[in-house]
Design a protein around this ligand. Structure first.
Ligand code: BES
Ligand code: MN
Ligand code: ZN
Length: 489
């Protein structure tokens, strides 16, 4: 789907379909006239969820679609994403390939037209993605060729921004959907290399021998039961420039069987999505480069399988992590924190202004916030406040959980400095995981995002189809854009 913007009066838009989102009781007069002509008249006043597809005559557009948004005061930005998705779905049925969205809110003022424009582009593009690369393609699939945003105001830059954010998220979703037999750690490094080539990032991949030389024992311990080689991928945007520096760390477990502490087989196939932290970071790097953020960003992606092979790590094993702390591996299924520990300690050596990590870290997130939110913990309270606001804006919402010192007591080891699960089993699983990670970030301000419960959908949900959502890409890209502005002040 091509996305374009045109500053124009609505009457002269040529398209197969003109879509007009309407607030309740605020329908433009010309739209009302069309409704009367079509015999619909007073039936439609813009109620939430209602929509009409009308044939029109003598206009440069062939059909008119009216989407009810409901009362203006109840409408949030995400409702525009949902409305856009609905419009795209509605256009595909009757094969209306050239679609125009009209942004003319008839005096309604609460919403900035710029944000609405970006949100509608996002909803359209996110809903348009199919995540079935291995299904035989149907002949003559219904496709939207072009989406045109129309407004009397100049919204070109926000249309562009919405497009970049959504396309970066879709890029991440397409990488995420690849199964573990295809998307091995080495293959993931290859995907990162392609991205680096396309955008001119600095690129480096450390394989097993380099990880051994460096003493990255956490990554190595997790990889031990797999025949796939572990890697630590490093990408650098604006490398060497004098700009504020952020390190993004993403959990890249390409398959999490649990290892010797093996998971039940029901639902285990979903654990190909345990690489989503790393994949989200790739999407953010793409967005940062496309939008030319005035930031230096390093991405660190530790990637490995977690398998129960003959040489796998065993419960009770003790290893010395990259930062010198010893860890007793009590449960081999708590592997994310092992690979992140090494990567975070490595990030801390660069002394950036901020470290952010994203990880499908704990199943407990499903209990804490369910599918509605991302768990956030960390040490940089200013950044977390900002992240919260960005969550509301992007609808990739975060909620902070506490990191009181008692939680750190729970990950103190009996036979080593640390153990990789909390001492009170079943208590505060998301928080004790973060308390473990805190042992590796040194004094660098840090924000941790536990994305375990939002990263894939079992069926379609809103503007997402079944499969990986890429949630975190728009959140983090929006956050970094704002953060870079504050840094300049
Ligand atoms: N990747 C899982 C977390 C997960 C589970 C994400 C289900 C999404 C859905 C992680 O590696 C894990 O297994 N965590 C354990 C930790 C426990 C052993 C302390 C968990 O949450 O059960
Ligand atoms: Mn696990
Ligand atoms: Zn995992």
């Amino acid at each position: 789907m091509k996305v374009e913007f045109i500053r124009k009066d609505f009457g002269s838009v040529s398209a197969d379909l003109l879509v007009v989102p309407c607030f309740k009781a605020k329908i433009p007069a010309w739209v009302h006239a069309e409704l009367v002509k079509a015999g619909v008249g007073k039936d439609f006043i813009g109620e939430k969820g209602r929509y009409y597809l009308l044939p029109v005559k003598g206009k440069p557009y062939k059909r008119l679609m009216l989407i009810g948004l409901g009362k203006e005061k109840n409408v949030g930005l995400d409702d525009f994403r949902l409305a856009a998705a609905k419009a795209i779905r509605g256009a595909k049925g009757p094969r209306l390939a050239n679609v125009a969205f009209l942004l003319d809110f008839n005096g309604a003022t609460r919403h900035s037209e710029k944000d609405v424009a970006a949100a509608m582009v996002e909803g359209a593009l996110l809903s348009d993605l199919k995540l079935e690369p291995y299904k035989k393609k149907k002949e003559g699939g219904r496709k939207i060729e072009k989406l045109l945003l129309v407004s009397k105001m100049d919204l070109a830059s926000m249309v562009e921004e919405g497009r970049i954010l959504a396309e970066s998220q879709n890029y991440a979703r397409l990488v995420a959907v690849e199964p573990a037999n295809i998307m091995t750690p080495r293959k993931l490094a290859g995907v990162a290399r392609e991205l680096a080539k396309a955008y001119g990032f600095g690129f480096r991949v450390m394989g097993r021998s380099e990880l051994e030389k460096k003493g990255m024992a956490g990554i190595l311990a997790v990889s031990r039961g797999s025949v796939q080689e572990p890697v630590l991928v490093e990408l650098k945007f604006n490398d060497g420039k004098k700009l504020p520096h952020v390190v993004l760390v993403g959990k890249g477990i390409t398959f999490d069987s649990g290892g010797i502490s093996i998971k039940p087989s029901k639902g285990m196939e979903m654990m190909k999505f345990d690489k989503c932290g790393a994949v989200v970071v790739l999407g953010v790097m793409r967005a940062a480069a496309e939008m030319k953020f005035p930031l230096r960003i390093t991405a660190l992606l530790p990637a490995t399988e977690n398998m129960p092979g003959g040489s796998a790590s065993k419960p009770g094993d003790i290893i010395r992590m990259y930062n010198g702390k010893t860890v007793e591996i009590v449960n081999t299924d708590a592997e994310g924190r092992m690979i992140l520990g090494d990567a975070l300690a490595y990030a801390n050596e660069a002394k950036p202004e901020l470290i952010i990590d994203a990880a499908t870290l704990t199943g407990a997130m499903m209990v804490v916030l369910g599918k509605q939110g991302i768990g956030m913990l960390g040490t940089d309270h200013g950044a977390m406040k900002e992240m919260y606001d960005c969550g509301l804006e992007t609808n990739e919402r975060v909620w902070e959980l506490p990191l009181w010192k008692e939680y750190s007591e729970m990950v103190k080891g009996d036979y080593a400095d640390l153990k990789n699960v909390g001492s009170e089993s079943g208590e505060a699983g998301t928080i004790t995981a973060a308390a473990f990670l805190r042992e590796f970030v040194g004094s660098t301000p840090w924000v941790h995002l536990d994305i375990a419960s939002v990263e894939w959908n079992d069926g379609s949900s809103g503007y997402f189809c079944r499969g990986p959502s890429g949630k975190g890409v728009r959140l983090l890209a929006t956050f970094l854009k704002k953060w870079s502005k504050n840094k300049k002040k």
